[in-house]
Design a binder for this molecule. Structure first.
Ligand SMILES: [Mn+2]
Length: 388
């Protein structure tokens, strides 16, 4: 990237708040890495926070990390001393509520003088360095991940923007999943707008309902960001999607780790991020919540989770590693047959799940597709600001 390109990008940059363009520019030219931001407010999720920090340290060395973790006690604080690059904030993120914490946390760090932030969900495990994906990245680019492969994977013709009543400026190739999210001070205006939408009464009301009762644009915070990025106002924000399988595994449900993703990983190696989306194996109650006719399948599949298999590397460094064990004989057998190698453990189940979902798709194509009524939105004018 040339200095000319950066100057041009800076001219394109929208609202700049705290943090100055020259500083940001110097950082990018120097190939600086964004500061990593992690926030968790549940004591029950401390096992995943510890695993994330251990795996970050193992693969990314002394990368600067800002951790928001209000339940931090004396034991946690002394354990944390082995990671000098981690700054503990034992206070809640200002203005955050429930899951809705990401834009607030990132803006808090901007206010402290950081200008380039990489949010990582606390339910992610790092398997290798991801520096090459972020070092020296143009500051205009927002990095997100492709949503997990399930019903909400797509955002056809700016569906979420239309449901919010926004004019559609582009159609994103997938719904944005914000488990990994890079933003710079150039995106301050967008982040503030994201917060204002999260404060919307309709959104807040929807969060009190079950997932299946919520409309697509009110599922969660990432659906709101998807709507904004597809809207005319923010259609010029360049977006880079980290791809499912290649850059991240969203282990969620039977399609959480497909056969093609597994083959890709066998050939090219594991992606740097493994996301234990929705079901958290370290929470005993969560694993027990699996119900219905798919329960035995899902329970077995969870024992073969790439997150859990990869977490086993750290089992001697955690106080309770019991949840990392397989709970059934079949689970143990499949782990051994797969050589405890994440792409292979669970492969037989992934084949079955892929065949099932393919069959479902073939039958679904025979009935008219269900589409939401657009409340608003002109014909699409596709833009070319999405990279993947
Ligand atoms: Mn998550």
């Amino acid at each position: 990237m040339t200095r000319w390109t950066i100057n041009r990008m800076m001219k394109m940059g929208a609202t700049i708040g705290v943090g100055t363009v020259p500083e940001l520019k110097d950082g990018i030219l120097a190939g600086a890495m964004p500061v990593i931001c992690i926030a968790e407010d549940r004591l029950s999720c401390e096992p995943s926070v510890r695993l994330l920090l251990m795996s970050l340290h193992r693969h990314c060395g002394n990368q600067k990390i800002e951790l928001f973790y209000p339940p931090a006690d004396k034991t946690f604080r002394s354990w944390l001393e082995q990671f000098p690059a981690v700054n503990l904030n034992a206070t809640p993120v200002p203005g955050a509520w429930g899951w809705n914490v990401k834009p607030q946390a990132i803006l808090t760090l901007f206010a402290r003088g950081y200008d380039d932030v990489l949010w990582i969900d606390s339910d992610i495990l790092i398997t290798r360095s991801f520096e090459k994906d972020f070092r020296g990245l143009p500051p205009t680019i927002m990095v997100l991940t492709e949503e997990a492969l399930y019903g909400a994977h797509e955002d056809p013709n700016g569906l979420r923007a239309r449901l919010w009543g926004l004019r559609v400026g582009r159609s994103l190739p997938f719904t944005a999943n914000t488990a990994v999210l890079r933003a710079t001070t150039i995106h301050i205006n967008l982040l503030r707008r994201w917060i204002s939408f999260l404060e919307d009464a309709e959104y807040r009301e929807a969060q009190r309902k079950d997932w299946f009762e919520r409309p697509a644009h009110l599922y969660g915070d990432q659906d709101v960001l998807t709507a904004l990025l597809a809207s005319e106002e923010y259609a010029d924000v360049p977006v880079k999607f980290l791809r499912r399988g290649k850059n991240i595994i969203h282990f969620f449900g039977p399609c959480g780790y497909t056969v093609s993703e597994r083959f890709y990983n066998v050939v090219y190696g594991m992606p740097p991020f493994i996301h234990s989306q929705v079901v958290k194996p370290w929470l005993k109650d969560d694993a027990g919540e699996l119900t219905g006719w798919r329960q035995p399948f899902n329970s077995l599949y969870l024992q073969l989770s790439p997150y859990t298999i990869s977490a086993r590397k750290y089992r001697r460094r955690v106080s309770d590693a019991g949840w990392m064990n397989a709970t059934s004989l079949l689970g143990k057998v499949l782990r051994v047959c797969g050589f405890y190698y994440p792409p292979l453990t669970g492969l037989p189940l992934a084949i079955a799940a892929d065949i099932f979902s393919l069959t479902k798709r073939i039958f679904a194509n025979k009935v008219p597709a269900m589409t939401a009524d657009p409340r608003n939105g002109p014909p699409l004018t596709p833009r070319t600001t999405v990279q993947s």
